[in-house]
Ligand binder design. Sequence first.
Ligand code: GDP
Ligand code: GDP
Length: 454
Amino acid sequence: MRPVIALVGRPNVGKSTLFNRLTRTRDALVANYPGLTRDRQYGVLRHHGDSAIVIDTGGMGEETDGPGAAMHEQAGAAIAEADTVILIVDGQTGVSSGDEEIVAQLRGRGCAVHVAVNKSEGLDKNLVCADFHSLGIAAVHAISALRGRGVDDLIDAVFRDVYARRSQPHKAPEQAGVNGLDEGVDDQVAAPRGAVSVAVVGRPNVGKSTLINRLLGEERVVVYDQPGTTRDSITIPFECAGQLYHLIDTAGVRRRARVDEQVEKLSVIKSLEAIDRANVVLLVSDAREGITEQDAHLAGHVLEAGRALVLVINKWDGLEPDQRLKVKRDLDRRFAFLEFARRHFVSALHGSGVGLLLESVDLAYAAANRDLPTPELNEALHKAIAGHQPPLSRGRRIKPRYAHQGGHNPPRIVIHGNQVQRLPAAYGRYLERFFREEFQLQGTPVRIEYRASD
Ligand code: GDP
Ligand code: GDP
């Protein structure tokens, strides 16, 4: 399971600057998919082949300055879920009573704490750290979230610490992928052979449990139950039409022991874990509530993880035609970046539409794992170029020359040629749509990567 790192600190110390730096793999996607926004609270950090979930507690609740308000309730709940807290302090102002207060609140919580002395660019590393040793925390690192100074070392130390406490070997740097979207995504999915792992994710109360119970309806054989921990989701294996599925249940259908409200809010962490483990994600939203910001963030996480996706718009029963129209408009607007995913309008309560979901899951799974033979890929590339010439860059035509498949799940298509890295995002989207049609890649994100040969 991935470590969870919470960023805490007084307002304005640089939490969100650090958060953005740590989770910036999203930036490339944001540029590629208009309408996709960052989740300002939860992100995934990728670091030399390791990954962790990062929570910016500054984005939680209201920013309050007064004493006692240094750490609000939600931040407290985030910390309860965290393996490691990075306490960010301001190196330019020195230790403040607010910092001390936060340290007092962190005491006895059993998570590792690292102090990151931020805004330390241009300051003497040792001197600036010395000041903060008075907080009584051993691990003190000088960083500049803005410039990036010291951030790598900080994260190295955090991972080393996490793995030491779990007594697992820390991945050697030579095993590491690059910090970016093109690292080997293939082997991130630990799906049991033959079974399709399906994560059911969505905000609380959208109907996930109801849907899972429907999916597990009589004709399907539930193979066995597994115990789970708080953060862990339970996997429910079942069979349908000869295919084995592992349903990753973030809703706690099989364990409705009343989780307290704060843990419920942190179901985002659970969802991120489930998305990571899944082959296909069923993202459930509530037609009565419309498509919310939180739905869009979850969808963004699915896209970022490169998972195959099926959209489930639940509670479709009893809606007026104008309400239905509004939901569809909402979907077009908020989920514009998910045009590859099939949409199902269902009623988990009454069962209507639910029977078709697994078919879409199968299609999306097949698409995500499809082999794209090089000759056909090149034929498609040249057809795409003939249909729509790439623009000029620095007075020369950008010339994609050939393509090959770089990986599966999601399919990665690597395009080589002159200046291909300068292809505008819109042209990349055109290519993506073209390949998607050509190879029936419905239901899965497709990554286009460029290798310049000049
Ligand atoms: P938060 O309230 O803790 O999330 O703080 P922000 O990330 O919003 O940062 C507050 C201010 O500090 C912003 O103006 C940032 O640009 C600035 N800041 C953040 N990191 C650094 C840094 O490393 N050096 C300097 N000089 N300023 C920084
Ligand atoms: P979860 O928190 O996402 O697991 O949501 P639940 O499955 O517990 O459902 C939350 C509430 O929505 C319950 O009261 C359900 O009965 C109700 N609900 C679930 N699906 C539907 C549906 O398709 N139509 C309607 N009208 N209500 C539903």
